[in-house]
Design a protein around this ligand. Sequence first.
Ligand SMILES: Nc1ncnc2c1ncn2[C@@H]1O[C@H](COP(=O)(O)OP(=O)(O)OP(=O)(O)O)[C@@H](O)[C@H]1O
Length: 570
Amino acid sequence: MRLIKEFINQYPLQCLLVCVSLTVASVAEGLSISTLLPLLTIATNGSSSLVSHKTSDFLSEGLHWLSISPTIGTMISIVAVGLVLKAGLTLFAYRQVGYTVAAIATDGRLNFLRALSSSRWEYFLSQRTGRLSNTISTEATNSAEAFQSMANFAALISQATVFLIVALLINWKIAALAMVVGSLVFGVLKIMVSISREAGGRQSNAFQQLMALLTDSLSSLKPLKSMAREGQIDRMLERQTRELNSALRMRVLAQESLKALQELLIGIVLIVGVAASLLVWNLQLSEIMVLTIVLARMLTRLSKVQQEYQKLASREAFYWAMKEQIQNARAAREAEFGERKPTLEKGVTVEHMSFGYEGRSVLRDVNIEIPAGEFTTLIGFSGAGKTTLIDLIIGLLRTEQGRILIDGVPIDDIDIRAWRSMIGYVPQDTILLNDSIYNNVVVGDENLSEDAAIDALKRAGAWDFISGLTQGIHTNVGEHGGRLSGGQRQRVVIARALVHRPRLLILDEATSALDPETEAAVSATLADLGKDYTVLAVSHRTALTERSSRVYRLDQGTARLTEVPARASA
Ligand SMILES: Nc1ncnc2c1ncn2[C@@H]1O[C@H](COP(=O)(O)OP(=O)(O)OP(=O)(O)O)[C@@H](O)[C@H]1O
């Protein structure tokens, strides 16, 4: 099976440790069981008909070689040591399995997150949020649990093999016959494994669709509910949920049918075997009893092997789905930039820049200057390409048609992460984390102190309202920042953009989601920041255009310098 090979390649040491300890554990168990038979023989004063001579001979030769006499005490000790060894090794193996399961889930999640954060911006935008969270949760968990199934599968195979050897030592003809009939039974039931694998694939797919749909719907639920149009979403969600339910039912049916049929067929095999042994081969009842016990255990283990294989098959789909997500994100990796450290003493120049999405032209021969230390504003109709131009300056988008120069150095030659770390970006949508104001400003950066956050909040004009809160900077902002007003949220986002002391401040319609009064107040704060930073703003607010030394209007894909910044409007 492909997944088993994959796990062996990815986690060779863990697989080896698990495999060796499970095998030795099974041998230890086999040794205890084979010792039980001669022990019974001795205990029943030599009624050797209970076991074959081979089993006793094999054991007594071993004991003789070790210079140990085969007394009841020795035998009991061997049984006890075998059982303790088995328990210890099984514990060791399954502890290793548990650690590996956790490692597979963690590695999968981290690999996916790293690949995603290094992917091209266009690729990231094309992903559905629900699909991404499904990879992190359901697919990562099920992929890891597939390893658990693989370990159970290996443990059961080694136990079944040991029971088979014991059975062969007792009566090889009957053991071989049971193996042949058992194999036929499992061959017939293979179809259930295929059904499970198919159901696992359907389930993985249905989960992906449901999570993607759910996330998309939740974000647009309010307007749809307000217009009483949520019914369509309900119907789509219901359809996906029913599809998931149907896949789950199929998986359960296949699993339960397999168990029930296995039990039935194993029972029939044993009854027919006992009847044939008595009537055809005329074996003694005691020998038949021992064989029945050993063979029943062997067949039960084999049936569980098939059940574990079935679980492995149904979890496999999740592993490959996650792997595909990681590979796709890696294939969409951002192209390499250069290594030159950026400076911003003179400014940013955009020269003859053209850009389009999927062959559709958006920017045509754009030329603009963003002088260092000055306030530059972009205006233009919705869809004119203002955000696209900003994304090109940040290096989120790339084009070979035209150049962006940072202090005269082409952006392609620059260490792009160093360049981005010189940027403070304030977007239109203020999505805050459900966390404290402080954590929303520093966003996990341990190098940023509380003093730095307070300083940034003061510069963003947020300190007045924060100092009035009981918990101050440690106040939780609620889901999506719902405990703050729109203006307060936006000021926290501005502080986030200022806290790492950027050189270039990019304001992408940073005030347009606010009501006029708040917009005017926040715009005044932003205009004031123009004293200390190089600013590139997308805005039609007079407060910002008035503050600008240059205003470019983007129209029909081209940028023109407008002459009356103060009156600029779309
Ligand atoms: N990821 C994308 N894939 C395909 N087309 C896109 C993508 N992003 C933007 N576009 C298209 O490019 C054009 C310019 O979009 P852009 O967001 O740059 O405009 P804008 O001037 O910032 O608009 P607005 O003022 O409404 O934010 C639009 O027609 C938009 O549909």
